[in-house]
Ligand binder design. Structure first.
Ligand code: M6R
Length: 595
């Protein structure tokens, strides 16, 4: 997830050290490239490259940069590979405007082409540059800066925060749509950033701009205006009292909880991005023509691949083979060829098992595409193209937001394969929010009830089967208890003998599977099990199960996705109750680069 920081003071000074420190405080968001620009007396000094803050700032001597205004940006690639030209900040055609953004401008490709056709100098593929030209377009047409921004705001679709300045000026301007942005007011300076950690060591007096607002920053004051009509909006500054650690975790005690709560927002951003992506159409066409389709992954990403194959069969009538990456080599690699398509799924894009499978597939000439969160990772470079998961940095070892965005990507692709209207999926983020609101406290109390058990099951059927596997993996990973995920109908074929009084069994039920789940519930309940059902509310389930964790009403495709949220929360609470750190479970690492 990119991060921006802008700083305004009254006279020229050595801003380099301030920009370097601010950039360092943005690094926890994840990044691949770093840049800084200072503005003074009609001149812009711009330095940037791929690499770590320490390395890039030393190589280009950021420390010597002087100006009365400065911008620094950490880039997490989405549009355009990590490279010096795609790194931010960006300048306009004649180099007197400089700006940087975080987030995604989803109509980047169309706007870039318009700017090229209008004769502007477009240097990169990056959507941060698109924001700069978006403002340049209207300045060229004679508009005042604020009006140019108001018009650009209407053109730039997506979720982003953006800061821009002009060389011959004394101000910076910032605006946002969908992404976070905070403005700081200090003694003799003002600043703006994607979030608080880069601002707090400088000042605790802040203003929080809303979507549809433009902030002008002078060295001694800020002014907020409405994009809609340009009028000034009164906004009283507030004082932040939280610690730096709490602020980095967004006020949550752990990154995992923060990332769980980020899911609706990253889902919203992903859906916007997929709508605007020409690569989606390309991938859908390739998959339609494929002889066989393989979804290849490990761990949590494999569970997303599994539910993807359910969606493809049920929604698009297209069978796809979900396979664990090492098993792909052992079982399918000898049989695949150039007529087949493989979608390789990985949060990190660095999982060795997945890269090995990709290598085996490519040796056989199979067409290979990726789904990854870390753009610039090996997977994104080694596949023909890779759709971004758009989650920003996932710090906690247990994957949460990357899983739900993988599932949403598969659901979206299945809709496109079937020619269905993807606008039906726009309700997903609100449904996720409603699920968290409706289930959080009940899940915490169930966690207390079952926490003494070190053995349990999580059962599902159809599209909820992969969700049950994922819930079981989360529970194992961070509570260190044994939890087995299984197809609900398989339970009677053996594991039933393990049931004793109070033995916890969690069922995840789709809206069409209620009668089947009721049979399963009763089968174990009569033998003493404590039955917990995660499903849309249904009097038949309430009449049979000990606990029903009720999901908001949706449909048979979306409901399983919602069902994973209480399972993530259950694992989280049990882990914390056991005194473990859910972010960094023992023996595990976020990225497995070994065989
Ligand atoms: O980065 P990847 O998605 O390729 O990682 C695959 C697994 O190692 C990963 O999903 C692992 O299972 C998670 N830590 C589970 O939360």
């Amino acid at each position: 997830m990119c991060g921006i920081f802008g700083y305004v003071t009254s006279d020229e000074e050595n801003l380099g050290p301030i920009l370097i420190e601010a950039a360092k405080r943005l690094t926890y968001r994840g990044y691949d490239s770093v840049g800084a620009a200072t503005l003074n007396n009609g001149k812009v000094d711009l330095r940037k490259d791929v690499g770590k803050v320490e390395d890039v700032s030393a190589k280009y001597n950021f420390a010597e940069m002087r100006g009365s205004r400065g911008i620094t940006q950490l880039r997490w690639a989405t549009f355009g590979e990590p490279s010096q030209i795609n790194a931010q900040p960006h300048i306009d055609s004649d180099g007197d405007l400089v700006g940087a953004h975080n987030g995604n401008v989803v109509n980047n490709v169309e706007l870039r082409q318009q700017f090229i056709d209008e004769g502007m100098t477009v240097r990169s593929q990056n959507d941060g540059e698109t924001c700069v030209h978006g403002v340049e377009r209207y300045l060229n047409r004679g508009y005042e800066f604020i009006d140019a921004i108001r018009l650009a705001y209407g053109d730039l679709q997506g979720d982003y925060a953006f800061v821009i300045g002009r060389a011959n000026d004394d101000k910076l301007y910032a605006f946002k749509k969908g992404s976070g942005m905070v403005v700081g007011i200090g003694d003799g300076f003002t600043c703006v950033s994607s979030d608080l950690p880069s601002i707090l060591p400088l000042t605790r007096k802040i203003v929080r701009p809303q979507d549809g607002e433009i902030v002008t920053l002078w060295s001694d004051r800020v002014e907020v205006r409405s994009v809609k009509d340009g009028r000034v909006i009164e906004r009283k500054p507030e004082f932040v009292t939280e610690s730096m650690d709490a602020v980095q975790k967004g006020g949550y005690p752990h990154f995992m909880l923060k990332e769980i709560h980020e899911q609706p927002q990253v889902a919203r951003e992903l859906l916007h991005l997929l709508d605007g992506s020409p690569e989606v159409e390309n991938l859908v066409e390739k998959m339609k023509k494929a002889r066989h389709l393989y979804f290849v992954a490990c761990g949590t990403s494999y569970h997303a691949a599994l539910i993807g194959s359910v969606y493809f069969a049920q929604i698009a009538g297209r069978p796809a083979i979900p396979v664990l990456a090492p098993q792909f080599i052992a079982q399918y690699a000898p049989a695949v060829g150039y007529e087949d398509v493989g979608v390789f799924v990985s949060q990190s894009g660095e999982t060795k098992d997945v890269l090995n499978a990709l290598e085996a597939a490519e040796k056989r000439g199979m067409a290979s595409y990726g789904l990854a969160n870390v753009i610039g990772s090996t997977l994104t470079k080694a596949t023909s193209f890779c759709l971004p998961l758009c989650c920003g940095y996932e710090i906690s070892v247990p994957a949460t937001k990357t899983f739900t965005n993988q599932v949403i990507t598969f659901l979206y692709l299945a809709y496109r394969m079937a020619g269905r209207d993807t606008r039906e999926l726009e309700k997903i983020p609100e449904l996720m929010e409603a699920t968290m609101d409706a289930t959080s406290s009940q899940v915490e109390s169930i966690a207390k009830d079952i926490n003494q058990w070190n053995d349990m099951y999580c059962l599902g059927y159809g599209a909820t089967f992969p969700i049950a596997l994922e819930g079981a993996l989360k529970l194992k990973e961070i509570t260190y208890a044994h939890c087995e995920g299984m197809l609900s109908t398989e339970f009677k074929h053996g594991p039933l003998s393990a049931v004793s009084k109070g033995f916890p069994i969690i069922f995840v039920a789709g809206p069409n599977d209620v009668p089947l789940i009721i049979s399963g519930v009763n089968e174990v309940k009569v033998r003493g099990a404590r039955t917990i059902v995660i499903a849309e509310d249904d009097p038949r389930l309430r009449a049979n199960a000990d606990d029903v964790i009720a999901l908001p009403k949706s449909d048979a495709n979306i409901s399983p996705l919602l069902g994973v949220l209480p399972l993530q929360m259950l694992s989280y609470h049990m882990s914390v109750m056991r005194g473990f750190d859910p972010d960094f479970p023992r023996n595990l690492s976020k990225t497995l680069t070994v065989d």
